[in-house]
Design a protein around this ligand. Structure first.
Ligand SMILES: Cc1ncc(COP(=O)(O)O)c(C=O)c1O
Length: 466
């Protein structure tokens, strides 16, 4: 008798039982599994099918790692070809044709001035591993230990990366030296009560004067680490002019600028690398997520003159994931050849316009923002008083209700940002126009339904708010 295929196996699974066993066996620290109680068994492009037969449009995309969506034929073909070729799958950090091709494709995608003299260190498979490597690299190269990082930052969950992040709730932040926290522009909840270019100018001015002040209490910094668009911080694009100021100020102090492109890279924001919007040339770039073509891969790329660490200064068993390099090279090539960054820019603009239209109709949508296909909607309490800038208080409960209403309507979205009240959209760059329309429709209905329930009104009918 033939072995049952995956489809037969999927139809035999009991999703409720699996979810029950997961809740009983897995760590209390599990995250997405709590808010998205589904059991995916098949996925293609933007569509995920659960064991219960329900289909979802996935706007989480493996937390932004699936630039081409699930199981894209280009990535699958690269994986299959490697599997069938007899090439070793585990090679530590040895040279292979697969790694050579990946590095060539990655370097070809980098800003030219940066790529010309770049070195790469492959790291353990997660973004946080590459952040650790970047911090170690600049500390070794400069002989300093201080670090400059920003409000709202997220760089991962290992000790050094956690310390660089701004989230106190994530814990252990002080374990490896507390960085100096600098202001990252956040128009909607501007710490200076201004918003806009004036606030960005003041944020830069504060950074400049703090670093220049001999009594400012700032330890000499080994590096300044910044995300060109903060994702976990609440989808906050860094204004280009402000980022250029950070480049100017860090250069003036001889401080290497580390740009964390873990989430923003590979076309996501409408440029191949988000830093290219501003024309800033970093000293160090951290890459992961989409560079592995849906498989785990992370690296730190940096200017040659920083390459002064000793052999073995940064090691790790799993730094040579050949399948990820094959899938990653194919993905980078496809994004370049199909001009998917441009597609993300155009579709992102249209999505943003659609979200702005919903924002006018749905007062729970306090702010909409983003760059390319990295979009966010800040959910607020529509009945609370607004502050002088017009911002209402964050509404985490309502945001969670919107996420649940979206899931009921077949849309996967996650929350992030301050108080977990920003809906984050990270659809694949291959999303079709029709899928984009459906996302907007389902999202609008979800916000409307959750808002009605919040006010104690009966459930809304589809499309009723329009
Ligand atoms: C900007 C940024 N840096 C680093 C990380 C950490 O990556 P990982 O979760 O793969 O460790 C993330 C994860 O979301 C991220 O968004």
């Amino acid at each position: 008798m033939p072995t049952p295929g995956p489809a037969a196996a999927a139809s035999a699974v009991d999703p409720e039982a699996i979810l029950g066993r997961q809740a009983a066996r897995e760590s209390a620290a599990r995250t997405y599994a709590r808010s998205l109680p589904i059991v995916p068994v098949r996925a293609q492009g933007m569509t995920v099918e659960g064991a219960d037969g329900r289909r979802y449009l996935d706007c989480l995309s493996g937390a932004g790692s699936l630039a081409l969506g699930h199981n894209h034929p280009v990535a699958l073909q690269a994986i299959r070809e490697l599997l069938d070729s007899g090439a070793p799958l585990h090679v530590l950090d040895l040279a292979t044709p697969v790694k050579d091709a990946f590095t060539t494709e990655l370097f070809a995608s980098l800003p030219e001035e940066f790529a010309r003299d770049a070195r790469i260190q492959f790291c353990g498979p997660a973004g946080t591993d590459a952040v650790e490597a970047a911090l170690k690299l600049v500390r070794t190269a400069t002989g300093r230990s201080g670090l400059l990082a920003f409000t709202g930052a997220y760089h991962g969950m290992t000790a050094g990366a956690l310390a660089a992040g701004g989230d106190r709730a994530a814990g252990l932040g002080g374990a490896s030296g507390r960085p100096v926290r600098l202001p990252f522009p956040y128009d909607y909840r501007c710490p200076f009560g201004l918003g806009g270019p004036e606030a960005a100018r003041i944020a830069a001015r504060w950074t400049e004067s703090l670093l220049a002040d001999p009594k400012g209490g700032v330890e000499p910094a080994a590096g300044m680490i910044v995300e060109p668009v903060q994702g976990e911080g609440g989808v906050l694009p860094a204004p280009d002019g402000w980022l250029r100021e950070m480049r100017r100020i860090s250069a003036a102090h001889g401080i290497p600028l580390i740009v964390d492109e873990v989430q923003t890279g590979v076309g996501r924001t409408g440029a191949f690398w988000a830093v290219q919007h501003s024309g800033v040339v970093p000293d160090v770039m951290v890459v992961s997520k989409a560079v592995g073509g849906s498989l785990p891969l992370a690296a730190v790329v940096y200017r040659g003159e920083l390459d002064v660490w000793a052999p073995g200064a940064h090691a790790g068993t799993f730094r040579g994931n050949q399948l990820a390099m094959a899938a990653g090279a194919a993905t980078l090539r496809f994004v370049r050849e199909e001009r998917l960054a441009e597609r993300a820019a155009a579709l992102g603009e249209r999505m943003l316009a659609g979200l702005r239209a919903l924002h006018c109709l749905l007062p729970a949508m306090g702010d909409v923002r983003g760059r390319g296909l990295m979009l966010g909607v800040e959910i607020v309490d529509p009945e609370a008083d607004a502050d002088p800038l017009g911002a209402r208080p964050a509404a985490p409960g309502l945001a969670a209700a919107v996420r649940q209403e979206a899931l009921r309507r077949g849309l996967i979205v996650e929350l992030g940002g301050r108080h977990d009240s920003v809906l984050r959209l990270l659809p694949p760059l291959t999303m079709t126009d029709e899928q984009a329309e459906t996302v907007l429709e389902r999202l609008g209905e979800a916000v409307h339904a959750a808002s009605a329930a919040h006010r104690g009104l009966p459930p809304a009918r589809a499309g009723e708010y329009r």
